[in-house]
Design a protein around this ligand. Structure first.
Ligand code: FMN
Length: 350
């Protein structure tokens, strides 16, 4: 049985996107959504600059560290090192189809070897009392029948995985780039929903192509949890109502100005840690997506951040590009939203 209550909403691990700056920004939008790191390989932790890969901000909990690897002892050792950083969960990547990852024999290709994944999960569980979870695909190549996936899940569940997050499309290991593998194979959410019905004791999360909180709510009628990836990066303010809608009806819904003001401390702290201003500013560019003034905002933060000497002053300049009604708009939970109660985005963002 799962060892901890599992959040019902999460933001997917995304290489080069869900970095520390992005996660700190999302925490100023939603306190309760589970966040993930980018994938970190066991090699990077055991033989690389572990501090650089693992250093996190305390306020970003609940935060899962996503690990890439296939060697049980290496995964266990990586977790023992990571424990000092206070992660709330460890997640194994069994979904990435990139050539680099395949050369390391981990990621999506591990779906062909559920016993190996079970050994890895067992070793991970022995290394930590925290939840150990798995993110995988519907299938790979020609091994993509529903029964193949259910067998994979059954074998890995016996090793004690606490949640299964299914990217609801298969991956082709040859011939498609990782990006194409996120768009070309069709979504099969119905099979994830069937898994949730047939395995009621397991926590099943679905992922893939979900872009609004309304859609999250629809999926929650069929599965235990929902993960959102690209939409959470491309339109982060869509999550402004997530806490009030899914976790706590009395939660504060932040305005754009409040989120940006909250980023001032993050910018100071990140610059102090040696992070480049452009790295902290990058995820903020999407904050004002689709609203009046967005172009000026994007130009100021996007292009300006790369100029020599760019720093926190740019935030003031960017704020001046947006009208007050955009900056101070507070979204609301739509009245007809189910139990969990909000309008997904400010109307301008819809
Ligand atoms: C830029 C980018 C990087 C990604 N990196 C990872 C990763 O490190 N680990 C992982 O499990 N999935 C990764 N993914 C896949 C996402 O976690 C997610 O499964 C996929 O984007 C489908 O969800 P979506 O349609 O909501 O974006 C990445 C996706 C993108 C767009």
């Amino acid at each position: 049985m799962p060892r901890a209550a599992s959040p019902i909403l999460s933001i997917a691990p995304m290489m080069a996107w869900t970095d520390r700056a992005y996660r700190r920004m999302m925490r100023r939008i939603t306190r309760r959504t589970l966040l993930y790191t980018e994938m970190v390989t066991t090699g990077a932790i055991l033989h690389g600059d572990a501090e650089r890969h693992l250093a996190r901000a305390p306020e970003t909990s609940p935060l899962a560290l996503q690990l890439g690897g296939d060697d049980p002892e290496a995964l266990a050792q990586a977790i023992r090192i990571a424990e000092a950083y206070g992660y709330d969960e460890y997640n194994l990547n069994v979904g990435c189809p990139s050539d680099r990852v395949q050369r390391g024999r981990f990621g999506a290709c591990l779906m062909a070897d559920p016993e190996r994944v079970a050994d890895v999960v067992r070793a991970m569980r022995e290394a930590t009392p925290k939840p150990v979870t798995v993110k995988h695909r519907i299938g790979i190549d020609d091994r993509d029948a529903y029964d193949d996936m259910r067998r994979f899940v059954d074998v890995v569940a016996r090793a004690g995985a606490d949640r299964f997050t299914v990217h609801a499309r298969k991956a082709w290991l040859q011939g498609l780039s990782p990006k194409e593998n996120r768009t070309i194979p069709p979504l099969r959410h119905d099979e994830v929903a069937r898994l949730a019905v047939e395995r009621p004791d397991l926590i099943i999360e679905t992922n893939g192509g979900i872009t609004t909180l309304d859609a999250v709510e629809e999926h929650l009628a069929h599965v235990d949890a929902v993960m959102v990836g690209r939409a959470a990066y491309e339109a982060p303010m869509r999550f402004a109502t997530a806490d009030a809608r899914f976790f706590d009806a009395t939660a504060t819904i932040p305005t754009l100005r409040e989120v940006v003001e909250g980023m001032r401390d993050v910018v100071d702290d990140e610059l102090h840690r040696g992070t480049r201003f452009a790295t902290v500013a990058k995820p903020m560019i999407a904050l004002a997506r689709g609203v009046p003034g967005a172009r000026g905002w994007r130009r100021t933060l996007g292009e300006g951040a790369h100029r020599t000497g760019a720093g926190p002053d740019l935030i003031d300049a960017a704020l001046r590009t947006l009208p007050d009604e955009v900056l101070d708009h507070r979204a609301r939970v739509p009245r007809d939203a189910e139990s969990r109660t909000v309008e997904v985005a400010a109307p301008q963002l819809a």
